[in-house]
Design a protein around this ligand. Structure first.
Ligand SMILES: [Zn+2]
Length: 56
């Protein structure tokens, strides 16, 4: 089972067996979006903030 530490709050997060690289997961502790960057070993990074330009 793959576990990673949240880069934001260091909570331990368990990745689903079906988790794939590039998937966005949410830390259940602090709620931050994390992008899965690797599975062997399991690695996550803070997901890039989506900056929606709503325009006018
Ligand atoms: Zn967290």
């Amino acid at each position: 089972m793959n576990t990673v530490s949240c880069p934001e709050c260091e909570a331990e997060i368990t990745l689903d067996a079906s988790t794939e690289v590039g998937e966005i997961i949410v830390c259940s502790d602090c709620g931050v979006d994390l992008e899965v960057t690797g599975l062997d070993p399991a690695e996550v990074n803070l997901a890039p903030m989506e900056q929606e330009d709503w325009g006018e």
